[in-house]
Design a protein around this ligand. Structure first.
Ligand code: PHE
Length: 422
């Protein structure tokens, strides 16, 4: 499945290859200088890096407030825990790490504004963020033009890393996630007629809905209908009346609207299992669905890790995070932690905080031992990793199954422990 660099470069448009070469050489896209305007906040060029400071300064843009506030807050907690642990071990290259987190209020346009600040800050070595794919997609071109390496902890839309050679992720992508939920619906729930409800304002939701439909159809299932909504809506009854009759409903949305949709579905007498993707991961999900044991009880979603994983690596992380924040870490916290630790590992291997050298080291990451699994960055700057399926029980997300990427699963069957865990 892996593509070598030369074939990757030859497959992409000549324009992108040109930018790629500039990025590799650590130069700036000359086109940026005259652009300015709203996207880059009017800044004519990105500031040249200054590596003389006593700190390794990392930027993080995140939804600390707004519609998906738990995404940013939990990710930031994971990042801060990683930084605390790194600094307790003495930091790196004689410097201490520091993260500057900027709130984008869960808005793509704010994400563009705050990363423009980062691109004008000569001290910043690399940027972490965002969670929501629409916001990563808005910010990534600005960071790419500035030659600032960006790692999204958990944006799963494939287009994010296609923006350019400085844009990385440490999570799996939606073509895999959609396959995972289709496979689970087909093999484990054993349903054949599934409806889909997607958020038309979200790149993540649109992309994941499409993959699910394709994969489920390939498995012989039928999609009864696919209806769209907007996450800002509060009344989903019209859409719900159209999905009646399906044996399950796949809703690749974010936790806020999913809670409301689930409540309104049950009010209408729809009692089939609801399924989702990683966007359901929030400590606020169950509360929004009317509380424990209510509208989302026994429903399923795919995610990046399970806190119930018995491996010492995961359990050490769960212990340290719980001690720091008084709650169990979500997948988002784990992904934030992994993104920061992987960045530190790249800085160590680069033996430098110069952005082009850090970029090179990030691109050559192999088998980095993350709490969300071993992370190898492939030629497209994505990570190939297994996914887990979680089941909602009370306020808990309990482990149900691990699903390997297709290549690794070919000989063993894909849904591994699902049958026995029932
Ligand atoms: N994968 C989602 C996206 O790309 C974001 C997300 C990841 C949300 C993990 C919750 C947990 O938009």
């Amino acid at each position: 499945m892996r593509v070598s660099r030369s074939s990757f470069v030859s497959r992409i448009a000549p324009g992108l290859a040109f930018v790629a070469l500039l990025g590799l050489a650590g130069c700036k896209d000359p086109g940026t200088a005259s652009k300015g305007g709203a996207e880059s906040g009017g800044a004519p060029t990105a500031a040249a890096q200054d590596t003389s400071g006593s700190e390794i300064k990392i930027g993080h843009y995140a939804s600390l407030t707004g519609e998906t506030a738990t995404f940013g807050v939990e990710t930031n907690e994971g990042i801060e825990l990683a930084i605390k642990q790194l600094n307790e071990k003495g930091g790196m290259l004689g410097k201490k790490f520091r993260v500057e987190t900027q709130d984008d209020q869960s808005k793509p346009e704010e994400a563009a504004t705050v990363v423009t600040k980062f691109s004008n800050d000569p001290q910043i070595v690399a940027v972490l963020g965002e969670v929501a794919s629409s916001r990563s997609l808005r910010a990534a071109p600005i960071l790419e033009r500035a030659g600032l390496p960006m790692i999204t902890p958990s944006s799963t839309n494939p287009d994010v890393t296609k923006v350019g050679p400085n844009i990385f992720r440490v999570c799996f992508i939606d073509p895999f996630q959609g396959y995972v939920m289709a496979k689970f619906a087909h093999d484990d729930l054993k349903v054949t007629r599934v409806a889909v409800m997607h958020d038309q304002s979200s790149d993540y939701s649109v992309g994941l809905a499409n993959v699910f439909k394709e994969e489920f159809a390939k498995m012989g299932g039928s999609i009864t209908t696919d209806v769209s909504f907007n996450s800002k809506d509060s009344d989903f009854r019209g859409q719900l009346s159209q999905v009646k009759g399906a044996e399950a409903i796949f809703i690749p949305g974010y936790y806020g609207e999913v809670g409301t949709i689930a409540r309104q579905a049950r009010e209408q007498g729809i009692d089939v299992p609801l399924m989702g993707g990683d966007g359901w991961d929030s400590e606020k999900l169950v509360e929004g669905a009317g509380g424990p044991g209510k509208a989302l009880e026994n429903c399923y979603f795919s995610n990046h890790y399970s806190k119930d994983d018995k491996s010492p690596r995961v359990q050490e992380f769960v212990k340290a995070y719980s001690a720091a924040y008084g709650k169990a870490p979500s997948g988002l916290a784990a992904m934030g932690y992994d993104a920061m630790m992987l960045l530190a590992d790249a800085i160590k291997r680069a033996d430098s905080i110069e952005r082009p050298k850090v970029r090179e080291a990030l691109a050559s990451t192999k088998n980095f031992p993350g709490v969300t699994g071993d992370i190898t960055i492939d030629a497209d700057r994505n990570a190939t990793k297994p996914a887990v399926i979680l089941q909602i029980k009370g306020t808990e997300f309990t482990y149900k199954a691990t699903i390997q990427p297709p290549s690794a699963a070919a000989s063993t069957g894909v849904v591994k422990q699902a049958a026995s865990a029932r």
